[in-house]
Design a protein around this ligand. Structure first.
Ligand code: IMP
Ligand code: MG
Length: 179
């Protein structure tokens, strides 16, 4: 298996991720029975999660993408800009924000604010990972894959300066070997 030198250890294998995503899909399928939710993935980190999740949700759903910018390297710069891209009219829709991780919570607070202003019928958030110890604003995702400690992770969509998104697992990033 391809494990770059910057990956200190594997936190979740592809199998573990697949199993948990399947459970989340079942939960969402139950909770949204009879409805046709719109999944809004947050580019680029949540692209992998969205693709995995939507295929285990047994509902007539739609997908679209939005964008945020908040991170430089491994340090949050604190300012979040939300780009709703081409997302059209979401008034009256059951919107599910699909995000890779809730870290400080700033991105999801801003995303929720921007989308609420467009009057969806309902608005919920699903995150593959949650880092509750890093929170600086009050936010709790409705669905969480795994809660993790204050570690910087890469793989399965998670990047460090644009790299490692393609790893089929989630690993702990270490800059020690990265001269
Ligand atoms: P927040 O606004 O601080 O909650 O940060 C959200 C964004 O920071 C996420 O969408 C990720 O793109 C990025 N992020 C936070 N923690 C990690 C990590 O451990 N690895 C890679 N990206 C991360
Ligand atoms: Mg992100």
């Amino acid at each position: 298996m391809y494990i770059p030198k910057e990956v200190e250890r594997i936190l979740f294998t592809g199998e573990q991720l697949g199993e948990r995503v399947k459970q989340l899909g079942e939960e969402i399928t139950r909770d949204y029975a009879g409805r046709e939710p719109l999944f809004l993935g947050v580019l680029r980190g949540a692209a992998v999660f969205l693709v995995d999740l939507m295929r285990v949700v047994e509902l007539p759903l739609e997908i679209d993408f939005i964008r945020t910018q908040s991170y430089v390297g491994t340090e949050s710069c604190g300012k979040v800009e939300v780009d709703l891209m081409n997302v059209g009219n979401i008034e009256g829709k059951d919107v599910v924000i699909v995000e890779d991780i809730c870290d400080t919570g700033r991105s999801l607070v801003e995303i929720n604010k921007a989308l609420k202003a467009k009057a969806p019928k309902s608005l919920k958030t699903v995150c593959l990972l949650d880092k509750p110890s890093r929170r600086v604003v009050d936010f709790k995702p409705d669905y969480v894959g795994f809660s993790v400690d204050d570690l910087f992770v890469v793989g399965s969509g998670f990047d460090c300066d644009g790299k490692f998104r393609n790893l089929p697992y989630i690993g702990v990033y270490s800059s020690v070997n990265n001269v």
